[in-house]
Ligand binder design. Structure first.
Ligand SMILES: NC(=O)C1=CN([C@@H]2O[C@H](COP(=O)(O)OP(=O)(O)OC[C@H]3O[C@@H](n4cnc5c(N)ncnc54)[C@H](OP(=O)(O)O)[C@@H]3O)[C@@H](O)[C@H]2O)C=CC1
Ligand SMILES: O=C(O)C1=N[C@H](C(=O)O)C[C@H](O)C1
Length: 271
């Protein structure tokens, strides 16, 4: 099959540059375009040169229409507002849209549902194999351990530049725990604690957020009972794991019908 032409949007970002390197390395994919926002100091630069792999003759442009023309898919790790706009543009152009952006609010989700009527979208707060396997294990553990006896807390740490909290992964893991228990996460989560909070409410799923340094991403789900505690953890050492997952998702989605898919679908881990 012909190589899949992929456009990296947010090309100058931490994930954007990692994606450019990974697309260039992986079989079955080629870099078809690179987009940055209007006013970016990186416009006009060569995407490969910016990502440290030498000239690829792919300039970073702000004209989305020009970048999407002739491409097959879009890799999008940008911001919530940008991803909402890219969803409409990718659907219009009939491109597979892989969305890794986190911090997307409930009232923005419908844009992806609508766009997914027209094109395949793979959207996940974490594109790595390890975290998606962890989510399956968390769901199993939460299903097996009674909520009356085991308290669930999700702890995450990321680099000092991260702008959203809790992380998309923490929410994904919290959702897996809630599904295991058969409850709604939003109705049962405690997103922060401060001051005289009172004793822990049975059945809630708590979140704790740490930020600092260059940490790529660390997540633990703690199931704390009386006299024993289970901790399920994942540590990301390198952003390449997310980028490889995103490219694999695009290749997987290429021949799928329009719809909103997750990495669990891509990895064959969905129940
Ligand atoms: N799902 C997953 O596996 C992973 C998800 N993420 C998520 O990906 C997102 C990006 O993370 P990261 O790379 O660290 O962040 P960065 O801030 O380094 O990169 C984001 C890039 O997107 C650019 N951008 C913003 N708006 C637009 C726009 N309208 N058009 C084109 N480009 C735009 C930014 O430009 P500028 O700086 O000029 O605003 C920046 O270059 C975050 O939401 C993060 O949580 C990260 C890693 C893994
Ligand atoms: O912003 C990041 O860096 C990351 N964001 C994602 C998240 O919010 O979970 C995935 C990964 O942990 C890195």
């Amino acid at each position: 099959m012909k190589e899949m032409g992929l456009v990296v949007v947010g090309a100058a970002g931490r994930m954007g540059q990692t994606l450019i390197r990974v697309v260039h390395q992986m079989d079955g994919a080629r870099l078809a375009g690179a987009v940055e926002r209007s006013g970016s100091p990186h416009l006009g630069k060569d995407a490969g040169e910016l990502a440290g792999i030498g000239i690829l003759n792919v300039p970073i442009v702000e004209d989305v229409g020009r970048a999407f023309a002739g491409a097959d898919g879009v890799l999008d790790f940008t911001s919530p507002a940008a991803s909402v706009a890219f969803a409409g543009q990718a659907a219009e152009a009939g491109l597979v849209h892989v969305v890794g952006t986190t911090g997307i609010q409930a009232d923005q989700e419908n844009a992806f549902v609508e766009a997914a009527r027209r094109t395949p979208i793979v959207k996940s707060g974490n594109m790595s194999l390890g975290v998606n396997l962890l989510a399956v294990l968390v769901k199993q553990a939460a299903r097996a351990l009674p909520a009356a006896d085991f308290d669930i807390e999700v702890v995450e740490m990321h680099h000092r530049h991260k702008v959203d909290a809790p992380s998309g992964t923490a929410l994904l893991l919290g959702k897996a725990a809630a599904e295991g228990r058969g409850v709604d996460l939003d109705a049962n989560s405690v997103r922060s604690r401060d001051g005289h909070t009172g004793a822990r409410e049975t059945g809630t799923i708590g979140f704790a957020t740490l930020r600092g340094g260059s940490v790529v991403g660390e997540h633990s789900v703690i199931l704390a009972g009386t006299g024993e505690r289970i901790t399920l953890s994942h540590q990301a050492d390198d952003r390449t794991i997310f980028a490889r997952g995103a490219v694999a998702a695009a290749l997987w989605a290429r021949d799928k019908k329009a719809g909103l898919y997750s990495m669990l679908d891509v990895l064959g881990l969905a129940e």
